[in-house]
Design a protein around this ligand. Structure first.
Ligand code: HPA
Length: 275
């Protein structure tokens, strides 16, 4: 892939023309978290396949459309369905959505995902505000020629997850029905779940939750200087913690159980963000 700045601009210009407004906040909905999109008022829906230079989502429980509208009193653009490396996309391709958000004029990004709990104090159904991540595997979304319009060649990753947004998320947690932690997301490329030994190793290294997404997008956001909040929903205890293997049914049932409470929580955060 050898996109130039103009390729991203072209996607953004198409979206702006269809939507007729500039969104303030971008939200990426992870597996099981799609129902949030139904909250968006006066929605303009754009299938990914209609956006020039965009990608098409193939993962189960990912809808594959952009929904623009209003939620929590803010103009938002929402990705109902995200892209993962395990679908066959390169890490560079995973930079596309966040770069398009940047070109749209978005002021803050909220990434959400479903994850496995590594921290033994966490329970399925809990939420984790990501304080930091660990990614020891695979390429970077910034591999290849640097696009100076977005950021520098060697960007810092020390403030990837914006303190002010984390503070808002933890404050909103006080009036949420959900138990909310703050912790470290350990990236695994998937699509296979981890071994029990990998999870033990991740715990020793400082991981609180394991997941297969979010980090490529977070690196891209840090590169182009976008304020970022990332939230993980614990949909299972990570491998080796429970007595039985992780199943998709179990994940889906937790996802369904918390979808309403999680949507309320995200909406309350959006309401509090000042951009
Ligand atoms: N590991 C990695 N990704 C996940 C998990 C997990 O246990 N659960 C949901 N996504």
């Amino acid at each position: 892939m050898d996109y130039t700045y103009d390729d991203y601009r072209k996607s953004a210009d198409y979206i702006l023309q269809r939507a007729g407004f500039v969104p303030e906040i971008a939200i990426v909905l992870g597996s099981c978290l799609g129902p949030f999109a139904q909250r968006i008022e006066q929605p303009v829906v754009i299938p990914y396949s209609e956006i020039p230079n965009f990608l098409i989502s193939t993962a189960p429980s990912h809808a594959g459309k952009l929904v623009l509208g209003t939620v929590g009193g803010k103009r938002v653009v929402c990705m109902a369905g995200r892209f993962h490396h395990y679908e066959g996309y390169t890490y560079e391709q995973l930079a596309i959505p966040v770069r398009v958000f940047k070109c749209l004029g978005v002021k803050a990004v909220i990434l959400t995902n479903a994850a496995g709990a590594i921290n033994l104090d966490y329970k399925p159904g809990d939420v984790m505000v990501i304080r930091d991540h660990i990614k020891l595997f695979g390429d970077s979304p910034l591999t290849g020629r640097n696009i100076e319009e977005f950021g520098e060649r060697f960007p810092s990753m020390t403030e990837t997850y914006t303190q002010d947004l984390r503070t808002i998320a933890l404050k909103c947690a006080e009036s949420s029905s959900l138990k909310v932690h703050e912790g470290v997301y350990f990236f695994f490329p998937g699509p296979q779940f981890e071994t029990a030994s990998e999870i033990r190793a991740a715990r020793i290294l400082g991981g609180d939750a394991a997941g297969m997404s979010t980090v490529p997008e977070a690196i891209t956001a840090a590169h182009c200087g976008m304020p970022l909040l990332a939230l993980s929903v614990m949909v299972n205890m990570a491998a080796g913690i429970g007595k039985t293997p992780i199943t998709q049914e179990q994940i889906d049932s937790i996802g369904e159980m918390i979808a309403g409470g999680f949507s309320d929580y995200v909406e309350s955060i959006i309401r509090e963000i000042t951009v």
